[in-house]
Design a protein around this ligand. Structure first.
Ligand SMILES: O=C(O)CCC(=O)C(=O)O
Ligand SMILES: [Fe+2]
Length: 245
């Protein structure tokens, strides 16, 4: 009798969960529509359009060249990945005013370095990305295109809270928009079903936060001298080091 009741309870839970999953997509679309129609920004002065002055001159020239020559320009990707100075004005002038407001508790008000790279998913190559957290205090993920199906992002709990009961939320990226999230917010990318997907990822770091505790291993960082931004830790003002995990 007791067993039967238990089975009934479990079945009812499974049914509820099935229903939740079946209606997830529709619920997401309705939520998005509601936000688009009704949301009034609480601090409109903090959200302004991206302007050319937030991009370095080198970057603008390269993009103009690519547009004129109509190439997809691996040079841009290469520069973004290897020339961190390219994106400093974007981080300082455009993104930090927003992250300072959204994520002050995890260094969003004091992001002093970053690592930028482009992820690519394509049929026959990488299709997805496992659930993980970033080596970043705050991440921006910009959807660059091209055309693809599948490839939704999904988010769970913050790393320190994550457990077997954690729920996941899907996020369908919109081309040419950026999604800001905490680096410690666990996430992954579902497999693409067709096409090619490129995203610009900027892992933004706050030395104020990570100098105390390495966000990847939770230990006090042991530093090794390096050039450039390294992994965003600092020892003295003029020397930037990386964490040896
Ligand atoms: O594929 C994506 O859009 C996510 C990439 C990502 O999370 C990462 O590179 O850290
Ligand atoms: Fe990530």
């Amino acid at each position: 009798m007791c067993d039967r009741r238990l089975i009934k309870e479990v079945l009812s839970e499974v049914k509820k969960e099935l229903h939740r999953r079946e209606t997830l997509g529709q619920a997401y679309l309705e939520r998005r529509k509601l936000i688009q129609e009704k949301y009034i920004p609480k601090h409109p002065h903090r959200y302004f359009k991206l302007k050319e002055e937030f991009l370095s001159q080198d970057f603008i020239s390269l993009v103009k060249f690519c547009k004129e020559s109509q190439t997809t320009c691996p040079d841009v990707i290469e520069k973004i990945q290897n020339g961190p100075e390219f994106l400093i004005p974007l981080r300082e002038k455009y993104l930090q005013p927003i992250t300072a407001h959204l994520f002050p508790e995890c260094g969003g008000d004091d992001l002093d370095s970053h690592k930028a790279f482009v992820v690519k998913y394509k049929m026959g190559e990488d299709l997805d990305l496992n659930f993980h957290y970033d080596n970043a205090e705050v991440t921006i993920n910009v959807a660059l295109g091209k055309d693809f199906t599948g490839g939704d992002l999904y988010f769970g709990d913050m790393r320190t809270k994550h457990n077997a009961q954690s729920q996941y939320k899907d996020y369908q990226h919109v081309k040419y928009t950026g999604l800001l999230h905490r680096g410690q917010h666990m996430h992954g990318a579902k497999p693409i079903q067709s096409g090619e997907r490129y995203n610009l990822i900027i892992w933004m770091r706050s030395s104020k936060i990570r100098n105390k505790l390495c966000p990847m291993c939770d230990n006090e960082p042991e530093l090794v001298e390096t050039v450039g931004f390294g992994d965003g830790f600092t020892k003295q003002e003029e020397v930037i080091n990386i964490c040896a995990i």
